[in-house]
Design a protein around this ligand. Sequence first.
Ligand SMILES: Cc1cc2nc3c(=O)[nH]c(=O)nc-3n(C[C@H](O)[C@H](O)[C@H](O)COP(=O)(O)OP(=O)(O)OC[C@H]3O[C@@H](n4cnc5c(N)ncnc54)[C@H](O)[C@@H]3O)c2cc1C
Length: 468
Amino acid sequence: MDFHALEKHEALVRRDLEFLDYPRRDWVIPRHTSAGEPVLDCLIIGGGQGGLAVAATLLREKVKNILVVDANPEGSEGPWRTFGRMITLRTPKYLTGPDGGVPALTIRAWYEAQHGEGAWEKLDQFPKEMWADYLYWLRKTLQLPVENETRAGAIEWMESEQCFSIPLSGPGGTRTAWARTVVLATGIEGSGAWHTPPQISDALPSHLYAHTHTEIGFPDLAGKRVAVLGAGACAFDNAAVALEHGAREVNLFFRRGELVRVNPYRWAEFTGFLKHHADLPDADKWKFILQLIRMGQLPPASTFKRATRFENFTMHANSPLTELGHAGETVQLQTPQGKFESDFLILGTGFQTDLGVRPELPKLLEHIALWRDRYTPPESERSADLARHPYLGANFEFIEKTPGEAPYLSGVFNYTFGCLPSMGFGGASISGMKYSLPRVVAGVTKRLYVEDKDLFFESLKGYDVQDF
Ligand SMILES: Cc1cc2nc3c(=O)[nH]c(=O)nc-3n(C[C@H](O)[C@H](O)[C@H](O)COP(=O)(O)OP(=O)(O)OC[C@H]3O[C@@H](n4cnc5c(N)ncnc54)[C@H](O)[C@@H]3O)c2cc1C
């Protein structure tokens, strides 16, 4: 990063924020527990692009008593410097989002400030590290209150305190945070977990396979036979990295009859879908997302070429695993197309939505409405996966399974990919951030205001500042 050039640009950022600084009054009424401990207006769990953007936008709405916690070390939030093995972002460079609509905060302004006008036009797609640098710059420039290496545990509603208690464990041990609202910005897998099919873990010792979101010793794969399951972007990224590290051969297996070559996510990048999927009737929400999922996911063209340029790379369609085993250190795969052997197996099997496995939710789970509690699709549209997704409100808030049993749930906002059927591309995607950010932030500010409406009315009745 060119810090000198950025210094000048940061003056522009401050000017833009100054120009947009309205309303100016701090308004949230401070709270303390009965023991006198401060209560946060909002705890944001996750310091990736989503958590940072929510924090930045809340601060601009004068919601200042906030904290962002992230389990990862500083600068390693999200996949960009950890398990993401793509070279560039998968989405086009012109997507906006974390800027919150402030031109000087866009990645283009940040890039041109360092590389000069016209440099942007020459840029095809930017490297993932550059996206991480940009997010880090936003965090520092906007002085966002992020605490790293701090993991949030089970969120619990404390009726007597009228707020949530959340255990935070970090380098200094475990402490309790108190918060009026909580935003879950815990990532693409934030409503579930990365998925290792039991068929794999039952059949193979753990040193013979790895999921794409884990550490993989690619240098050790030099000269080895590698098998990859899946045909999404992560599967191809990891196949390419294995080939680039000198794997003897890489065989990629996928269940569909042919590779998906049409990306429905590109179709979805228009105002109507991104801004208003959340406003559709349930039957339509379900239908659209089911269609998106059925159309399937694919690697970006650059990632496809990155792997297919190797002659020792082979793709196998119509190849669900029918049998799996190992003989010593050799993995033995059986598909309808035949038997295959490899020395290592990489799982490009993505994540599964299941709130039951989230460490933040065990004390809320029984009350959270899921789609299966609210909508029964026609036979031809059945999907156990979609039915497991949380049934969210218009601002990403959890909804009670049984009205009246857990009204406090509207204070917890699910800004993860688990929002898909309810909100479309809202959480954990750059594509939807432009429209999802104002929605989730409005959910937090609405709760902070409406909850204290009587106190605000008293302050109005008592208002006596004379104009002259
Ligand atoms: C490999 C990969 C590539 C992607 N590429 C693109 C792309 O090119 N374009 C695009 O639009 N989208 C892309 N996505 C989708 C999405 O944009 C990313 O997943 C993005 O990182 C989501 O941002 P986020 O802030 O929601 O979550 P993340 O960036 O994943 O951040 C979530 C953070 O939450 C923290 N966390 C989780 N649980 C806890 C807890 N209990 N306590 C404390 N901290 C916690 C984690 O440490 C993590 O740092 C990609 C996703 C992946 C996995």
